[in-house]
Design a binder for this molecule. Structure first.
Ligand SMILES: NC(=O)c1ccc[n+]([C@@H]2O[C@H](COP(=O)([O-])OP(=O)(O)OC[C@H]3O[C@@H](n4cnc5c(N)ncnc54)[C@H](OP(=O)(O)O)[C@@H]3O)[C@@H](O)[C@H]2O)c1
Length: 449
């Protein structure tokens, strides 16, 4: 059924008919009048001279939402069909979540409308399918706001760096985690106290797990991996580790190592070319990590985001700024609307290399590591740890111990020379069996660039 409908509307002739006439404004239907929707409406209604005009706003309980200060020509509705069957050129989806957002985006595209969305969950889950559908319909699907809010990371990577061959995307993609970790760093507070403050300030949800356990950043990393590395990957293939096991003392040790701790999302592509075959490996993970205190990532403060993209020709490029909030996110949405206005709704010209599925996806990196132990002190502890590490060919780089801890819960840190995190995991399973631990050892990768 869907196929039949699609084939009806994709002839170039039909596309041309549906384009707005020269000089006509692009009509916008807003689906979702919440934090971002309100900001999008504000920007669109202030810029009356531009090529965009807001004509419809959909939300539930419209009586509560209706804003009398917006122009009178706007039709407010709680019936989605009023938008999808109207003459709007672009539907802006800002309700969030997979359902019914996914259904409405598909219906909008099939009805011959372009779509702009800020919905990372939907794009992470169904991005390639929706892009294909938009292409089939001769329309555009733009999702610049779905990663890093107002920072033009997706367009920068996908279009600005299209001429490069990117092999690494890294970033601080979750403002809540960055707020918590930079708060712990600057004031020495515990994770729980920093989380509570983030909740009081509205940066963290009552249930913060999607942020602190890494799933929110992972959805964004999936989208960036597709846009920049041209690799299709499912979110569950990328391991996430929580920042909740970071303690105030880890920032003290990190400082001694000229480092700090951030939630880092990292995806690295390697291509092994042999005479008759090519093998593509993706290493990707979202986890707390030590990074150099002097690095640009370390300078992302509070709820800021940063995305770096490293390519074969141009080296490392950096995008940073405020990755969330109504106004910054609305800027990305409205910028996507301008992209559509400039293209008169036509689908994008081919981007280099269609996305492929990697042969191998792993969460393991060969890098130095930081191990923090809390133990009941007694002679022979370091020797026991060194014996197990040596068995796995892992070399110790340094030992650090702050004074002032009780013998019943002594904290010390070991840094390791570069080793494969999969091998280290095996060593840590053995180490965890030793009887002097007061709490499980903390293991963090150290990312030096
Ligand atoms: N906020 C940010 O900083 C930010 C940053 C980047 C991306 N985003 C993305 O932007 C999208 C919107 O986020 P937001 O912060 O604006 O969310 P929000 O404040 O919760 O707004 C969502 C709006 O959609 C309405 N809505 C939700 N489900 C609906 C349904 N089934 N039928 C009718 N109306 C419905 C809600 O109505 P009620 O008020 O009645 O619930 C609300 O007005 C999400 O995909 C989010 O991930 C947000």
């Amino acid at each position: 059924m869907a196929k039949a409908r699609a084939s009806k509307t994709i002839t170039p002739k039909a596309q041309v008919k549906k384009l707005p006439a020269a000089g006509r404004k692009l009509k916008i239907g807003l689906v979702g009048y919440g934090t971002v929707g309100r900001s999008v409406a504000k920007i669109l209604c202030q810029d009356t001279a531009g090529p965009l005009v807001l004509t419809h706003i959909f939300n539930r309980n419209i009586a509560k939402k209706k804003d009398a200060s917006l122009p009178a020509h706007i039709r407010w509705t709680e019936n989605i069909a009023d938008v999808l069957s109207s003459d709007v050129d672009v539907v802006v989806e800002l309700i969030g979540g997979l359902d019914p957002a996914g259904d409405w985006v598909r219906r909008a595209l099939r009805a011959g409308k372009s779509v702009v969305t800020a919905n990372k969950l939907l794009i992470c889950e169904a991005g390639p399918e929706l892009v294909d559908l938009a292409r089939q319909m001769g329309k555009r699907l733009e999702f610049g706001a779905s990663v890093a809010g107002g920072i033009p990371a997706i367009i920068g990577i996908q279009e600005g760096l299209a001429g490069d061959r990117l092999h690494k995307i890294a970033g601080i993609l979750n403002g809540t985690c960055n707020f918590i970790l930079t708060k712990m760093e600057s004031s020495g507070t515990s994770f729980d106290a920093a989380l509570k403050e983030a909740q009081q300030l509205g940066y963290a949800e009552a249930d913060p797990s999607a942020d602190v356990d890494g799933m929110d950043a992972r959805a964004k990393l999936v989208i960036l991996t597709q846009a920049g590395l041209r690799l299709r990957v499912r979110p569950e293939q990328i391991p996430c580790r929580s920042i909740s096991s970071i303690a105030a003392v880890d920032f003290m040790y990190a400082r001694d190592l000229n480092s700090t701790i951030r939630q880092i999302s990292l995806a690295e592509k390697t291509v092994q070319r042999k005479a008759t075959s090519t093998r593509v490996r993706l290493a990707a993970a979202v986890q707390p990590a030590l990074i150099p205190a002097a690095s640009l990532m370390a300078h992302a403060q509070g709820s800021q985001n940063i995305v770096t993209a490293t390519g074969e020709y141009a080296g490392k490029m950096i995008f940073s700024g405020y990755g969330a909030g109504g106004d910054p996110t609305a800027v990305a949405v409205v910028s996507d609307l301008y992209t559509i206005a400039r293209s008169a709704g036509a689908p994008p010209e081919a981007l280099p290399g269609a996305a492929e599925t990697p042969d191998e996806v792993s969460g393991d990196f060969t890098v130095p590591h930081y191990l923090r132990f809390v133990v009941r002190d007694r002679p022979g502890i370091v020797a026991a740890l060194a014996t197990i590490l040596a068995h796995y060919q892992i070399s110790i780089d340094a030992l650090l111990q702050k004074p002032g801890f009780p013998h019943s819960a002594l904290s010390f840190v070991m840094t390791l020379e570069a080793c494969d995190s999969a091998v280290l995991r095996q060593a840590l399973e053995e180490i965890a069996q030793l009887d002097f631990h007061v709490e499980p050892p903390l293991c963090l990768p150290i990312f030096l660039d």
